[in-house]
Design a protein around this ligand. Sequence first.
Ligand SMILES: C[S@@+](CC[C@H](N)C(=O)[O-])C[C@H]1O[C@@H](n2cnc3c(N)ncnc32)[C@H](O)[C@@H]1O
Length: 554
Amino acid sequence: MDDGRSRGDRPVSHRSRKAAGIPSLDWDGKECPPGQRLFESRSILNVEGAVPGGLLLRADARDAAAHLMEAHEGRVNLIYVDPPFLVGSDFLATTGAGTGEKCFAYSDRWASPGVYLCLLREVVVLCHRLLREDGVIYVHVDQRVSHWVRCIMQEVFGLSRDRGVIAWHMGNGVKARRQWGCAHNDILCFSKGDRFHLRSERAVLREPFADGSVRAHFRSVDESGRRYRLRQINGREYRYYADEGRAVGSVWTDCPSMSARSPILEQSTGYPTQKPERLLERIIEASSDPGDLVVDLFCGSGTTPAVAQRLGRRWIAGDAGRLAVETTLVRLLALDGPPGVEVSDLVVQEPASLERLASLLELEERHSDARGIRGRLGDRRVLVTDRVERAAKGDCDWVFLVGSGVEACAAFDAGRTGVWRCHPESPSSVSPGPLCFASGFVLDAQLEADGRLRWSMQGRYLRRQGQARWIEGAAGIESIASWMLVADGRLLARGRGCPPERIDASLLPAAGCAFDVTLRVVDAYGFDGRCTVDRECSVGCEPARGRTTLRRSP
Ligand SMILES: C[S@@+](CC[C@H](N)C(=O)[O-])C[C@H]1O[C@@H](n2cnc3c(N)ncnc32)[C@H](O)[C@@H]1O
């Protein structure tokens, strides 16, 4: 029987599945028009070279997959997908090491389940194309959507490529009263081709036998004192050792979620929904070998690339969220690796509309009114508009103008406003405005042993005072959106707005240690600057644009 599996790159059509008697899932808008996006890609941050084979993308998963197609179609060994679960709320991250400060991580709100399923289906179809013939995909969801997603995957991959559902028992308490409290997530596993190779002999895919079973069945002891049992299978005798354990099945209870989420544990990044490294270790060991290519397009805090890197796999990771990419970057920098880390430039795409710019900025509390789109960036009230007269009412802290000409800015005289730069590579086509980072900025900083942080920022900005003109100075400080302080790749502290005058000295590495501290600020336009600081004096700084090299102390 035709099992409805895909032929070549394309999933079989609805009609032929129906003819073969295979049920399929239908919803309004299932075949959503190509190009329709809920998340706009903002930039692609490429850290190729940070670690061998590593590539980090900030992009919608669909754009990232499409971007990878040319070089990687049919070449990926393993894909892990851990998308939002249709929860209907926003997720906050705990930032500011030890301060408990929260900031927006990502939204899991959807207009309807159908809109959510459109994203999932498109991602699954693209991932199917990226996989090698012997490649495997794991899709991590929960009981809200797993039945739908499994149907979609059976349509795309075929029934015979369904390799089972892992019930991951998170080990958290449950408190539901109206229904059974859900204590597990579902991880759906599909192979692209007929072959499915599970490396169940590897240690992380084994679990100990129950004590009773060891006592009852493993009664023999070999010359080195190991307990074993003999079994006859199809006329052959096999020896099983008690200390080798047994292959894990589809219920995983030994990768507690707490190991990734507890702030006192090293792997915890504060990112919500972070998965434990052991969970990824098991998946990666089960379905790949050292040197294989592992892809995760919803990488969140970077668990997959961090584990893949540690296990000697090549990896490509992506996420649509700014915080996710920053968290992943910090996590990867902290791994043992080559001493030099190169971070390549941020490529900002041209915003085309108010809607697009508003989603690029990831405004919180976003809503529209007669003047444009409003929202917040941290504690700043933001208006995104295309008419400067609408902006000059003083009821917001920052205004982002889209597509306005110089004339439109003539009456606009507020220091704390900004204009989106359309073409970061060519200053001549920057949309002019009262304040704009044009040629980047240079940061300089000193950190005293008592935690006092002196920093300054100088740049070349386009400012409008009568006529638009380039100015040199520190005016851009007003548009700093966030800062972070990283010591030898470990996040020390972070926050919104300008860096503080002092950070908690107890967070610093011990006195006398050689260490590099990097201060990084990101401005409201998405441009970032970073510099290396030490306790004595500034030891160097890098321009915000261009390649940045972070060097570790020998
Ligand atoms: C459940 S979290 C992933 C957590 C991750 N596995 C970890 O261990 O930290 C889901 C992630 O999907 C990202 N995301 C949501 N929609 C996306 C999209 N369309 N494309 C790419 N990433 C998206 C969110 O920013 C979030 O980081």
